[in-house]
Design a protein around this ligand. Structure first.
Ligand code: TRP
Length: 360
C-alpha cells in the first residue's frame, strides 16, 4: 500500500522525518542509529540468544534500531530454494519470539530494499580490488584451495569476493552510527569505513556517515555442550526452540569430570554452572554455587537444576516461535511493513550520493 500517493520515495523520506546527517548538529536530540544484519543460516541456538539477540534487542531501547535479514548474503552459499526460504522465515520467527518488537525496530529483508543494490554498485567504483583481495573470508577460501592443490579461485563466486561491499551498502544506506557484531566482523566494518571515507573524500562532503563497530562483550561468550564456545561449527549447540524433551536430553548428556557426589565442586570451571548463570536469578545462582562447594551434590542434580531454569526461560519463546512459524503470511507482512518504513530512508541516501556524483 502506498501511504503517500504521488510522492517520490525521497519526499516520503522527508515526510517521515528521515534524518539527514548534515542537519544533525541542529537536532542533538536525534537518537543514534544502530543497525545489524542477520544471516539466515542454521538453527538459532542459545549462544545466539544470550549473545547477539538479547544485546541487539536491548540496544533498541536507547537507539533507533534497524535489523535486517541478510538474504542476498546467504545466497552466496545457500542455493537450495526450500532451505533458504525456510531459513529466512525461521530467523524472522526466531528474533520475533525472542522479543524483537517490530513496531519499535525496523525489521526487514535485505532483498526488499533495492536501494541496497544501487548503493552497492556505486560503492564498487570506490572500492579498490586490492582491498577485497585482503578480506579474511576470501583469503581463507583461497588458502584452502592452495592447500588442496586446486585452482586458487575454485568455488569462489563474485558474491563472496565482493561480500564486504554489499555489507558496506547495508550499513551506509541507513546512516548507521553503531553496528553490533562479533569480533569476526571487525574487518568488514573497517572496510565499510574505508569505502565511505573514499566517497566523502572524493566529493569533499559527508555523503555517507561513518559507522562504528559495537563488539559484543567477550564475557558474554556462552559455553557449548562440550565446554568450548557454543558454535555451529563445533556441533555443541543448544537450539533455542528445541522441544522440552530434547532440551532435557542435550543437558543430561553434557560431559562432566569424574568427581563423585561427595566431592566439593568448583562452579566457576563448570559449564553447567556457566549456563545456569545465564538463566537463573541471582539468588538461585548463589544457592547452586553453595551446593557445588559444599559437596554432596552429583552432576546429575546440577544438570537437573540447569534444565529447569533454562526450560523456564525458553518455554515461552518456544511457544511463540511454534505459533509464528505456522503463519508465514504474518511473518511476511511484518517484514514487508519493515521494508516499507526502511525504503524512504534508503532512497534519501542514494539520492544524496547520486546528486554528489552528478547522476541526478
Ligand atoms: N556479515 C555479517 C555476519 O556474517 C552479516 C551482515 C550482513 C551484517 N550485512 C551486515 C552485519 C551489516 C552487520 C551489518 O554475521
Amino acid at each position: 500500500m502506498n501511504l503517500y500517493p504521488g510522492c517520490s520515495l525521497v519526499a516520503k523520506a522527508l515526510a517521515l522525518g528521515a534524518r539527514d546527517r548534515r542537519f544533525k548538529s541542529a537536532h542533538p536530540e536525534m537518537k543514534k542509529i544502530v543497525l545489524t544484519g542477520i544471516k539466515p543460516t542454521g538453527t538459532l541456538h542459545i549462544g545466539n540468544y544470550f549473545g547477539a539477540i538479547t544485546q541487539a534487542i536491548s540496544l533498541a531501547q536507547d537507539y533507533d534500531a534497524r535489523y535486517f535479514i541478510a538474504d542476498y548474503h546467504a545466497l552466496n552459499i545457500m542455493k537450495d530454494p526450500k532451505v533458504l526460504s525456510a531459513a529466512i522465515r525461521g530467523v524472522a520467527a526466531g528474533w520475533l519470539a525472542a522479543g524483537l518488537d517490530p513496531e519499535k525496530i525496523i525489521f526487514y529483508r535485505q532483498s526488499s530494499i533495492p536501494e541496497t543494490f544501487e548503493l552497492t554498485t556505486m560503492l564498487m567504483a570506490f572500492t579498490a580490488k586490492g582491498l577485497m583481495n585482503r578480506a579474511h573470508a576470501y583469503k581463507a577460501s583461497v588458502q584452502e584451495n592452495i592447500e588442496k592443490n586446486v585452482d586458487p579461485d575454485a568455488g569462489v563466486n563474485m558474491g563472496l569476493f565482493t561480500y564486504p561491499v554489499l555489507m558496506a551498502a547495508d550499513i551506509l544506506l541507513f546512516d548507521s552510527d553503531l553496528v553490533p557484531v562479533g569480533k569476526d566482523q571487525a574487518q568488514h566494518i573497517e572496510m565499510a569505513q574505508d569505502i565511505a571515507q573514499a566517497v566523502n573524500f572524493c566529493y569533499q562532503q559527508e555523503v555517507l556517515h561513518i559507522p562504528q563497530p559495537f563488539f559484543r562483550d567477550d564475557a558474554a561468550v556462552v559455553p557449548g555442550l562440550d565446554g568450548r564456545k557454543m558454535s555451529k561449527s563445533y556441533n555443541n549447540t543448544i537450539p533455542i526452540f528445541a522441544p522440552e524433551q530434547d532440551l532435557r536430553k542435550l543437558i543430561m548428556r553434557m560431559p562432566t569430570n569424574s568427581q563423585t557426589v561427595d566431592e566439593p565442586k568448583d562452579p566457576d570451571s563448570s559449564s553447567i554452572y556457566q549456563l545456569y548463570r545465564l538463566c537463573a536469578t541471582a539468588g538461585e545462582q548463589q544457592t547452586l554455587a553453595t551446593r557445588y562447594r559444599a559437596g554432596g551434590m552429583g552432576w546429575g542434580a546440577a544438570k537437573e537444576e540447569l534444565f529447569m531454569a533454562l526450560n523456564r526461560t525458553l518455554s515461552p519463546l518456544r511457544n511463540t516461535f511454534n505459533d509464528l512459524i505456522k503463519d508465514p503470511e504474518y511473518l511476511d507482512r511484518i517484514l514487508s511493513d519493515g521494508a516499507e518504513r526502511a525504503r524512504p530512508i534508503a532512497a534519501a541516501t542514494v539520492a544524496r550520493f547520486r546528486k554528489a556524483a552528478g547522476i541526478d
